[in-house]
Design a protein around this ligand. Sequence first.
Ligand code: PGA
Length: 275
Amino acid sequence: MSKRRPLISGNWKMNLNHFEAIQAVQKLAYRLSPDDHKAVDVSVHPPFTDLRSVQTVLESDDIPIALGAQSCHWAESGAYTGEVSPVMLAKLNVAYVIVGHSERRQLFGETDTVVAAKLRAVLAHGMTPILAVGETLEQREEAMAEATVTSQLQAAFTGTSADDGDGGQVPPARPLTAHQVGQLVIAYEPIWAIGTGRTATPDDAQVMCSTIRSTVADQAGKEVAGSLRVQYGGSCTPANAPDLLAQADIDGALVGGASLDPDSFAKIVQSVPRA
Ligand code: PGA
């Protein structure tokens, strides 16, 4: 058994208004037992407009579910219409922030430079980034899955200089220290598996998560790599979770669709192998 504490995270994406969010988190809390919480860390990532309501429920009822966000801006404040800063999230006791989700990369133009800047902003404000990486179907078919994920990780770890693209809009990012790398959670999310009902086989997911751990070891050493949590994401359900979560290098899941249903999400939490 690995000593890593599993983390199951529910990424609600742009679903559930603040009333629905309160209900969902209350139902989830009811379905999870003290034994579940003893064995597994659980986080929920509602839309920004729900965060304060969910925070209030979690704190007033003493529910041991961590509050997460789906993204944030890299700056502390400023003229960034429509954005939410890491300072605002930290003030709501947000513990985890997803950075570099493929929907942000593909639909909202987030480059490796943006991802690197956001990652450092989340760390600087005492929250844990869940860094999402993953390949497209085309990259997988061209046998480029491992190279793609490794390059996304290296870009995030190494940082960027002032000359890197994005028209100088994004601040340069210094290389992460080994200690900082050790503070991350990494989510392997093959893009072709997200919201499609297609899941990576447990063996393929294990190979990719083990590649991620080796890349972390190259950057930050074996000890950091051995304690860093790597999640699998992409059409994770109560049916496929037990096999995925039994893999040696998979320490949890980043769950989209199935996290909207408290029953399904609780079952995924309960599929984590127990010592
Ligand atoms: P999915 O989403 O579980 O609906 O495939 C996963 C994710 O994008 O985090």
